[in-house]
Design a protein around this ligand. Sequence first.
Ligand SMILES: Cc1ncc(COP(=O)(O)O)c(C=O)c1O
Length: 435
Amino acid sequence: MHAGESFDGAYAPRIAPIYLTAGFLFDSFDHSKARFEGDDGGWTYSRVANPTNAAVEERITALEHGVESLLVGSGQAAITVAMLGILRAGDHFLATRSLYEGTKTLFRENFERFGIEVEFVDDPHDLGEWRRRLRPTTRAIFSESIPNPKNDLIDFELIAGVAREAGVPFVVDSTAATPFLVRPLDHGASIVVHSASKFLTGHGASLAGVVVDGGSFDWAAHPDRYPQFSTPLGAPGSPTRVQKFGRRAYLEYTRSTIASRLGPVLSPLNAFLLQQGLETLSLRVERHSRNALAIARWLERQPEVASVDYSGLPSSPHHALAQRYFPRGQGSVFGFTLSGGQEAARTVIDAVQLFSRMTHMGDVRSMILHPGTTSHAHLSADDRARLGIHDGLIRLSVGIEDEADLIRDLDRAFAELRASEATRESLAARDSVAA
Ligand SMILES: Cc1ncc(COP(=O)(O)O)c(C=O)c1O
């Protein structure tokens, strides 16, 4: 709540106000010159930095145990600028296969057009596979802290070890975990990104994204791989980015040379909404996780449910990792599979009244989605099956409503499912008698 606070300004506001301004006044010729030389630490233009955004960036840096953060307009923008701060044409990087579909298509289709090649790892727990897939041109590793809908957790320290061995940064999308549940930088990650549109903002009113630099990766150890950090910034002999900015070199480059040029800026108005959300993050995520565990346990007891993909359940193959890395709660976005397939999923999704039918997550409101016909519809049936996205799979993003109300809503939907299955069976029996 308190990180990033400053009580500057004529009115001594208690919380950082919304500085909704494109740019900032210079007092004089020399003042403007100093600002452009970056010598007086002041503001120039909101595409580069803005005081509202900076206050929120400082708060997120503190939450993630980083050295500096950069806010951008969406989670997709955060992933894009984070990776373009590292990679250039000709580079290759490795990623786990269980990622947000939007990230996978960004890497596979858009990055490919930039000449950057992604390769997906089949088994993120197989050290041998990681090592086999490393190439002389590999420059980064990317993963998610809590993948959804399958909750197939990664072992942060195993992957961080591979990245260390290879001398490449390890980037983690920690959207579904938030720093309340896990801090990837404490487990060896180099950079963290979030879609702040989800839990960090929390109330579903705006999009936002953030890149957090852990400041631990030694860019100067590999000047050939990452020349942006080790070539003189000015005339030959002038300091390099690492010499000038030290542990903040990556974030400084990503802010000044990638984000501010590509331009996916976060409006200070949306930064303010994010600031408000962060103040209740711990309360919300604790409640989200508690509700999700209760619902996962309830679902597991229903005879129509074939499986529940929640790492907080002892039945999950990822439960040991959940206990190791997520002692405060295991998140609230997960899938479960109905044995009745797509028709059963249709009945349940149409019957709920409290869950919102939406493609979004991490909102205070609970949400429900059928990935097979929405987020994963563009994949072939074989690819869906490989990812465990079966026709009966439903994804939930469990909100902070009363646990009993949520279970009552699902219970009503399951009652409709039973009634519809009974009707289908009796119609089938009648048809067979008639035949
Ligand atoms: C894990 C993850 N990362 C990134 C994104 C993209 O975020 P945004 O929608 O804010 O661009 C999403 C969106 O659902 C997501 O679930």
